[in-house]
Design a binder for this molecule. Structure first.
Ligand code: GDP
Ligand code: ZN
Length: 371
């Protein structure tokens, strides 16, 4: 496999703000199998990076030199102390240096470009991580101050949802959109299992998605059973690196299999051999050919918003941006100020009330946790 584009491209200038540094002590990777107790304890003191630090590629000793940026490998899977990469047209197993291995879920992600070096015994080892043009991150469920990387260098992140089994949860979509916007990738929404809803019921069943229709976010209805919408999905991903994210059971693996029948990823919560439950526990990058790569991610039931506070939250509601320019106060929170254009547009429904409600709820949530 050839790298599709120059690794280490500078990320675009977005309005990202870094927010407060998460400086709390952390006990990370606690669940990693085979991790010596002593190493676990040493990890207590690790603190989290800011979003800009995740992207800018200043990784201390692990920063790639100019010459290392050429011929970088791309990470396709990360496991305890190791990763698998594409490099020079072949897949390779690589060791991780201790600086990465001790907090690998926050340091290295599928999609990362890495420079390799040879280690003892003819092994390959990751030497440096290249700057990222985007990331998708979430807080560690056990320690909200610590971010965990889900994927890196993605162009488009598709939030896969289904109308039934599991039921639609629009408030989880709000959260995914925020996380995607923040990380610098383009979001899209894929409504799978559309075959479960008869055509005459679709308008009613799809109504909860209307709040998202006014955003510049593609919404694609699809079914891996009927094949509906798969072409549109393939078109959206063509020539890009995409990631499929969402609740487990919505059909992420089925969609990947439908996009490329060679993949044969286990689906339906059942192991391929029929022995016990299968859940995707780590992200994997799949090469669909033609410069298209798709990352399959573990199901996410709840999505915390890492390092986000009340003051930065409103930047990630794109429909409020233009209105905010017309609010009386520059730093209007759109919650209680007079002459607030956002609230005026909510009243006339040119900003969807459900999205505004989501904003208010998240803001309240952050007010409680941040102070
Ligand atoms: P994942 O957990 O998001 O990867 O979901 P899976 O791909 O494992 O799919 C979960 C279940 O939904 C499986 O039983 C699939 O057969 C089923 N499924 C996937 N896509 C569709 C679809 O378009 N229509 C219907 N009716 N079922 C689907
Ligand atoms: Zn306002």
């Amino acid at each position: 496999m050839k790298l599709r584009r120059g690794a280490g491209k500078a990320h675009h200038g977005s309005k990202r703000k870094t927010g407060a540094r998460g400086g709390a002590a952390a006990l990370e990777e606690f669940e990693d199998a085979g991790s010596p107790v002593g190493a676990r304890l040493r990890r207590r003191a690790e603190s989290s990076a800011t979003f800009d630090e995740l992207l800018d590629g200043d990784f201390g000793d692990l920063t790639a030199s100019e010459s290392e940026r050429d011929g970088a490998a791309i990470v396709i899977n990360v496991s305890s102390g190791r990763c698998r990469v594409f490099h020079d047209g072949v897949e390779k197993d690589c060791l991780l240096p201790p600086q990465i291995a001790t907090r690998q879920k926050s340091m290295l992600a599928v999609g990362d470009r890495v420079a390799l070096e040879t280690a003892d015994g003819g092994n390959w080892r990751v030497r440096a991580i290249l700057p990222r043009h985007s990331v998708l991150a979430r807080p560690d469920p056990l320690n909200p101050h610590l971010q965990r990387l889900i994927a890196a260098n993605i162009d488009v992140v598709i939030n896969v949802v289904s109308l039934k089994t599991p039921p639609l949860r629009p408030r989880l979509i709000d959260r995914f959109l925020i996380a995607i916007f923040r990380g610098g990738a383009q979001p899209a929404i894929c409504v799978n299992k559309i075959d479960l809803v008869p055509p005459e019921d679709r308008e009613r069943e799809l109504a909860p998605l209307l709040p998202f229709a006014g955003l510049d976010v593609p919404i694609i209805g699809c079914s891996t059973r009927s094949g509906e919408g798969l072409d549109a999905l393939g078109e959206l991903l063509r020539g890009k690196t995409g990631a499929l994210v969402g609740h487990s059971g919505v059909g992420k693996s089925s969609i990947l299999n439908a996009l490329d029948e060679r993949l044969q990823i286990a689906t339906g919560g059942l192991h391929k051999r029929g022995t016990g439950r299968h859940t995707t526990t780590s992200s994997t990058l799949h090469d669909l050919g033609g410069g298209t790569f798709v990352i399959d991610t573990p199901g996410i039931r709840e999505l915390g918003l890492w390092n986000l506070d009340r003051d930065t939250l409103r930047e990630y509601f794109p429909e409020m941006q233009a209105a905010a320019e017309l609010c009386r106060f520059n730093d209007c929170t759109h919650l209680h100020e007079p002459d607030c254009e956002v609230k005026a547009r909510v009243a006339t429904r040119s900003i969807h009330p459900a999205r505004y409600d989501a904003y208010v709820r998240l803001s309240e949530e952050m007010g409680e946790t941040a102070r």
